[in-house]
Design a protein around this ligand. Structure first.
Ligand code: PEP
Ligand code: MG
Length: 752
């Protein structure tokens, strides 16, 4: 027996467990022998191995020291007892006095009552907790940090062995039937192709070092250098047209490759007896387990970059054998992955890439930002897709409606192909329409604008022939940066945004953060009702420095040009007045310093809070424009959280109640001679846009892809009779008038 932590204990543990794994054939005997070895090296009376079965149970699978009868009998739920706590938190638990912990769950059959100290570490594999390894002592003993560290290192090997104990899973991947999945559109587009399962990491054969840590560290350093060179080449070669946050994302990724904390932890793990590859994987598994528990999308992304870099480093360590074998990549690849880093996407030849399907993903995920720059359709939130799809499966991606068809069958594929052709034809028509007026048959002009969040989105304004950018959500660039941009950073960003819109009006919306839109560098307290909480203008009025800085940057960026500023979540006129006063003060400040100021300034407000609707006459006296943000406005109108899938789609936006509400807004604005725009996402639906125009809205701001279809609709519409018809629907008892509106469009040859 020895009691020592640090590299010595770690190396000895690895050596013993490796010997057992190599020599003991029977699976159960192997786990039993491993627990004996670990107990001995650690100087513990007990060493147990729990293996996870299904999603929620942990089964005692091998033990040295607890009652043998408990093996294969005692189970704990994830989250139950100390073992369950380790599994749930994916972190070690180290307690000199286990019974004193609130989570302690006594199992009489194990005879555990005799033991005081407890250390449990997770068995991690592929970022998942597949079991728990514990040691216990009769004496209350405080295990040192490096002893726990040694246990974590050996847990990697134990995880490999324990994985063989997993019962065969219900392999839904075997299912040859067609499957339809619904996901979230992260970049629109349609595609048909063959599934390619993204293999993030090469299998690592040799986790344990041959006894030459210095040699292994030299291998890590060499591989790192090679990786840096290869990344520089890759980013240099990637033909990413235009500019935007994708460049910043890739630069940040490149910086991570030099992260000292990450590299020193790898070196430390090598000193603990792991091979270079084993050390990279050990640190990676820990990061993955943390990543799964983080709710903050930004930090998840950052950790994901490190995950991606770890895979890349393992490839470089494998040398020639690790070169990405993309030869077998189908010519029409639909890449399926749990998640992916931005640089991994660049490993795929663009010409073979049709679409990207992710189990996770979000609009601000780094890979999605790069995919948008490359114009690749992306769907996210596709639960279990990597288990359901198999390499080579035909996959139809409907990235307009958020649907994926796996193994669709010849008939569906044929239909899909047909739909794709139709779409291409329609696109060609929209391209022709690009320079045509957005005018109805009876001469009603409607201003069509786009909503943007990233610089890359703004570049669409000219491509789709929009009049301007009706909504630039400035919080999005804040969310993909790693620190709060100062005035100069912001000024540069806004100046580029104005340049990219090429003289067309661009409406800056001030920060809409808080609530569920978190900035990693500025933590806010959790709130019960974030959508109705301390967010947007409420927050920036309370922290005026932030608002001042943002407005100052906008004023400077727009020097000599027109500046349009809009404030989000205004609930009462006085809030708008206060915000406008800050804007005016910033303009004055610039003028007093002898600097150029914007040629003209327009200050407007979003209409997102119902209370403001009842203050329109007063508001319209002092605002230059108004824009209806129906995403928020209607969630408050129906009291139905837009982010909660259970209720988000419960009420139809084309209901008589909504029509009556919007009619009231339009009527209140009439005569005030103030532009009233509509920038909620619903305006991008052709039927919805038709309805809004019928109600009297003359300025819409929509996703870039919607400009063509909305313009085509408008050019085939006679607005006067449409207006009569839409108004006639107000006050009906129906829960929705969608079908009636659709029938109207059909009857009047309006293309939807
Ligand atoms: C809205 O609420 O309609 C809106 C456009 O703002 P966001 O979707 O950014 O909240
Ligand atoms: Mg909003």
């Amino acid at each position: 027996m020895m009691q020592a932590g640090g590299p010595d204990a770690s190396r000895l543990l690895l050596q013993r467990v490796r010997e057992v794994a190599a020599t003991v054939v029977d699976k159960q005997d192997r786990l039993d022998a491993i627990s004996t070895e670990i107990a001995e090296v650690m100087g513990a009376e007990v060493c147990s191995i729990y293996v996870r079965h299904g999603d929620s149970r942990l089964l005692l699978t091998a033990t040295r020291g607890l009652n043998a009868q408990a093996v294969h009998n005692t189970t704990l739920a994830v989250g139950e007892g100390l073992v369950g706590l380790v599994a749930e938190s994916a972190r070690p638990v180290n307690l000199p006095e286990a019974a004193a912990h609130e989570n302690f769950a006594y199992r009489p059959e194990t005879g555990e009552e005799a033991f005081h100290s407890f250390v449990g570490v997770p068995l991690l594999r592929g970022g998942l907790v597949i079991g728990v390894l514990t040691v216990q002592n009769v004496r209350p003993r405080a295990y040192a940090r490096d002893e726990v560290d040694a246990l974590q290192t050996v847990a990697m090997l134990v995880a490999e062995v324990a994985a063989a104990h997993e019962p065969p899973s219900d392999d839904i991947g075997e299912d040859p039937r067609p499957v339809r999945l619904e996901g979230r559109v992260l970049n629109a587009g349609v595609a048909l192709g063959a599934a390619y399962m993204h293999e993030a990491r090469l299998p690592v054969q040799n986790m344990v070092s041959g006894g030459d840590p210095a040699g292994e560290i030299a291998r890590v350093d060499e591989a790192l250098e090679e990786m840096h060179r290869a990344l520089d080449d890759r980013f240099h070669a990637a033909d990413l047209a235009g500019e935007g946050e994708h460049r910043e994302v890739l630069q940040a990724y490149r910086m991570f490759a030099e992260d000292r904390g990450w590299l020193s932890r790898i070196r430390e793990a090598v000193r603990g007896g792991l091979s270079a590859e084993g050390a990279v994987v050990r640190i990676q598994e820990q990061m993955r387990a943390r990543m799964r528990q983080l709710r903050d999308p930004f930090f998840r992304e950052r950790l994901h970059d490190l995950d991606d870099l770890s895979n890349r480093l393992v490839q470089h360590l494998a040398g020639e054998a690790g070169r990405m074998q993309k030869d077998e990549l189908p010519a029409d690849a639909v890449v399926v992955a749990r998640n992916m880093g931005p640089a991994e996407l660049l490993d795929y030849p663009r010409e073979r890439l049709r679409a990207l399907l992710l189990e996770e993903g979000s609009h601000t995920a780094h890979v999605v930002i790069v995919a948008r720059a490359l114009d690749i359709p992306v769907l996210g939130d596709l639960k279990d897709i990597s288990a359901i799809a198999e390499a080579g499966d035909r996959v139809a991606v409907d990235g307009e409606n958020g649907q994926v068809f796996i193994r669709p069958g010849a008939q569906v594929e044929q239909n899909f192909l047909h739909a794709m052709q139709m779409r291409d034809e329609r696109r060609a028509q929209f391209a022709v329409l690009r320079d045509k007026a957005a005018r109805s048959i009876d001469g009603v002009e409607v201003s069509l604008n786009i909503n943007a969040g990233l610089l890359i989105d703004i570049q669409q304004v000219a491509a789709v022939g929009a009049e301007g950018v009706g909504l630039y959500r400035t919080e999005i660039p804040f969310m993909v940066r790693s620190r709060f941009p100062d005035v100069e950073d912001q000024q540069r960003l806004y100046s580029r945004a104005l340049d990219l819109s090429e003289g067309r009006p661009l409406v800056f919306r001030t920060l809409d953060i808080g609530g569920d839109k978190v900035l990693p560098y500025w933590r806010l307290a959790e709130e019960e009702n974030p959508a109705m909480g301390w967010r947007a203008l409420r927050l920036t009025l309370d922290r005026p420095q932030m608002l001042r800085q943002q407005l100052r940057a906008m004023v400077r960026a727009a020097a000599g040009r027109d500046l349009h500023v809009m404030f989000p979540m205004v609930a009462e006129v006085s809030e708008f007045e206060r915000a406008k006063a800050v804007l005016n003060a910033e303009i004055e400040r610039e003028r007093n310093r002898g600097r150029d100021v914007p040629a003209s300034v327009f200050a407007g407000t979003m209409l997102e809070v119902p209370a403001l609707v009842w203050q329109l006459p007063a508001l319209l006296q002092i605002t230059d424009f108004i824009s209806v943000g129906s995403n928020d406005l209607l969630q408050f109108f129906f009291a139905a959280d837009r982010a909660n899938p259970r209720v988000a789609a419960r009420y139809d936006l084309l209901s008589p109640a909504v029509l009556a509400f919007f009619a009231h807004i339009v009527d209140s604005a009439e005569g005030a001679n103030r532009p009233i725009a509509f920038c909620g996402e619903m305006a991008g639906g052709v039927l919805e846009a038709m309805t809004l125009i019928g109600l009297g809205f003359r300025k819409l701001s929509v996703a870039p892809a919607s400009v063509g279809p909305v313009k085509a609709m408008l050019r085939s519409t006679e607005v006067a009779p449409l207006a009569d018809y839409v108004r006639s629907l107000v006050g009906l008892p129906d829960r929705t008038v969608r079908d009636k509106l659709r029938a109207y469009a059909l009857d009047h040859d309006i293309p939807l």
